[in-house]
Design a protein around this ligand. Sequence first.
Ligand code: DC
Length: 226
Amino acid sequence: MNSSRNSAQDKKIVIAIDGFSSGGKSTFARMLAARLGYIFIDTGAMYRAVTLYGIEHGAIRNGVPDRERLNPRRQASDIYVNGECVEEKIRGIEVSAAVSSVSSIPEVRRKLVALQQRMGKDKGVVMDGRDIGTVVFPDAELKLFMTADPKVRAVRRYEELRARGDDVSLEEIERNIRARDRADQEREVSPLRMAPDAVVLNNSDMTLAQQMEWIEPILEEKIRGI
Ligand code: DC
C-alpha cells in the first residue's frame, strides 16, 4: 500500500472489525485507518465512557447499573463534548468491571448504535467492536472477524499490564479472558457473532506488520475493485 491509497478511483468504504477481547482489534484498526486516511472508531471506548459517566454520577454502585438513572441520551454526548480526556480512566479496573453490565442494557445499546451509524454514514471509517458487522453496519463493504488463541491473548495482556506496573498473574488473566469470551458470546442483547460474510483474521502467530500485509490484497479488491 502506498500514499496513493486515496486516489480518485478509490471508493470510500466501511470496514467493520469484530472479535474477542484483547485480540489486537484496536491496534490493527487504528493502523488500518491511518494507512487509508479513514476515521478510527473504537466502540468499546464508547461503552466504557458511558460506564465511567455512570460511576462518576452515582448511577452504578458496586458494578450494578441503575437503569432508571442511567440516561443514555444525556451521557454519551456529554462524555464526548465535555473536553475531559478520559482515555486512561475508561481503561481502569473500575470501568472494566462494570462495562459488561452497562453494555447489556438495551437502551444504552440503542443509543450508541445510532451514534455509531451516524458516525459512519459518510463511510471512510474503520469501526471496531462486537456487533459492528452484524448490527451496526450489516452492509459494510468489508467485515473482519479477529481472533487469536486465548493463551496468546493472555500473554499479550499480561505483558501490557506488567509494563504499566500492575501486579497480575498470567493464570488470572487467562481465566478472565475466557470468561469475557463466554460473556460476549452468551449475552442476550447483540451477542458476539461472526457475520456470515466476514473474513477471519487469526493473528495468533502474526505480527502487526504481517497483518497489514495480509489485508493488502483484500483492500485492493474492496476499494479499487481489482
Ligand atoms: O473492546 P472493549 O474491551 O473496550 O469493550 C468494552 C466492553 O464493551 C466489553 O464488555 C464489550 C462491550 N462492547 C459491546 O458490547 N459492543 C461493542 N460494539 C463494543 C464493545
